[in-house]
Design a protein around this ligand. Structure first.
Ligand code: AMP
Length: 249
């Protein structure tokens, strides 16, 4: 079984992002970039399936600027076998990413595509669902457990009411939720070994995809600053203040 894993390069989750002075976007100059945390979980799951003998090949795919190579090398160090970079300086929105992934899937013919449930930069939570629709493959989103049984995929999903288990025919699309696994710590020998693993490059033009943005960002702004809270002495004072000051009771 062959797995394609989509890994996005995003601003590291520890960085406090700043808005550009002209309000056009988030400023990513000189900011630490890392693999989207949900994509680390996606790679980890693919590697665990390979270690369990259920997967034979893992191909990591990233779409974006040249530096996405670093993100792909991390995926290779975690255990992916080879990588594909779809290189472009263009702004990629979820629909464009989904179309590019569809074309990569057509070339690679994977049995399974694993993505993160969302990218922590745009928080869109759209790509997995879109690529599943474009390929007409079944989808198991927000997966907290994945297993392969009798040529099908069992996906346990986190939903509002609790957990739901779906049986998906392959090929299928899965998006990884936080509790699916805890990604491994990458060790130096694996980082060195990853440098020798194959990394192929292509472009949106090669794949015949028009990536022109369909959405326009009007303005990016910092959230309003929260004012400091106050401490109340007891429940009676809390109720009084909620009535007279906050006027919510
Ligand atoms: P989003 O729909 O933007 O929240 O992204 C959901 C998931 O799609 C991410 O966790 C990645 O697995 C994948 N994805 C989105 N954008 C890219 C990209 N530029 N390169 C690789 N994977 C991506």
């Amino acid at each position: 079984m062959k797995v394609l894993v989509a890994v996005k390069r995003v601003v590291d989750y520890n960085v406090k992002v700043r808005v550009k002075a002209d309000g056009s976007d988030v400023d990513i100059a000189n900011v630490k970039m890392s693999m989207n945390p949900f994509d680390e979980i996606a790679v980890e799951e693919a590697v665990r399936l390979k270690e369990a003998g259920k997967v034979t090949e893992i191909v990591a795919v990233s779409l974006g600027v040249k530096q996405c190579e670093e993100t792909l090398r991390t995926a290779l160090a975690m255990g992916a076998d080879r990588a594909i970079l779809v290189e472009t300086d263009a702004e990629l929105q979820p629909l464009a990413v989904a179309k590019l992934l569809r074309e990569v899937a057509k070339r690679e013919n994977p049995d399974l595509m694993i993505l993160g449930k969302q990218a922590i930069d745009d928080d869109a939570n759209q790509t997995g669902q879109m690529v599943s629709a474009l390929l007409d493959w079944p989808q198991g989103t927000f997966a907290s457990k994945v297993d392969v049984a009798d040529g099908a995929l069992l996906v346990t999903r986190e939903i509002d009411g609790g957990l739901e288990t779906l049986k998906l025919a392959l090929p299928a699309v899965v998006t990884a939720d936080l509790r699916l696994n805890e990604p491994r710590y990458v060790k130096l020998p694996n980082i060195m070994a990853a440098k020798k693993k194959p990394l192929d490059k292509t472009t949106p033009a090669d794949l015949g995809v028009d990536v022109a943005p369909r959405l326009k960002t009007l303005k990016v702004a910092e959230p309003a600053k929260r004012s400091a809270g106050i401490k109340v002495a007891n429940a009676a004072e809390l109720v009084a203040r909620l009535k007279t000051e906050a006027k919510v009771l």
